[in-house]
Design a protein around this ligand. Structure first.
Ligand code: ZN
Ligand code: ZN
Length: 143
């Protein structure tokens, strides 16, 4: 057991291997349930609408997106510019990294077993695209 900083509320807590504290875990599970129910009835609602309709904070909704519990459903495939890959800054529609960066990290981890290796970073393409404040235009979907 170790003391860690909660990934969500930033408070120190005793971690049993989870990224967030017990309070946030319970809260987010409850929030996720609310969001899920709302999206069943209001398919393709925006972050704004979901937040207003459920009372769940936008911060919590963003966290669910990053944890891949929700997905931005939009046909352009750029996630409405809400989420970007933490490695190459490419627009993504769920999680923290795009598929190719995830793959690169995974294979780097496998290669590094017993050897020293350099993580090859993919070319920076949309580096200028910093995530802005939540626009609330993208439609959400339960993953
Ligand atoms: Zn917390
Ligand atoms: Zn990437």
């Amino acid at each position: 057991m170790e003391v860690r900083q909660c990934d969500f509320c930033r408070m120190p807590y005793q971690s049993y291997g989870k990224k967030i504290c017990g309070d946030c875990l319970l809260k987010l599970d409850h929030d996720f349930f609310e969001v899920k129910e709302y999206l069943y009835e209001n398919e393709g609602a925006s972050i704004e609408e979901v937040s207003e309709g459920t009372g769940v904070s936008r911060k919590a909704i963003m966290y669910m997106l990053k944890e891949e519990r929700l997905i931005v459903s939009d046909n352009k495939g750029d996630g409405g510019g809400i989420l970007t890959c933490e490695s190459c800054k490419k627009p993504i529609n769920t999680g923290r990294m795009c598929a190719s960066c995830k793959k690169a990290v995974l294979s780097a981890m496998q290669e590094s077993v017993g050897t020293v290796s350099v993580v090859k970073r993919p070319r920076q393409r949309a580096a200028e695209m910093e995530p802005e404040s939540i626009k609330g235009v993208a439609k959400l979907q339960v993953k």
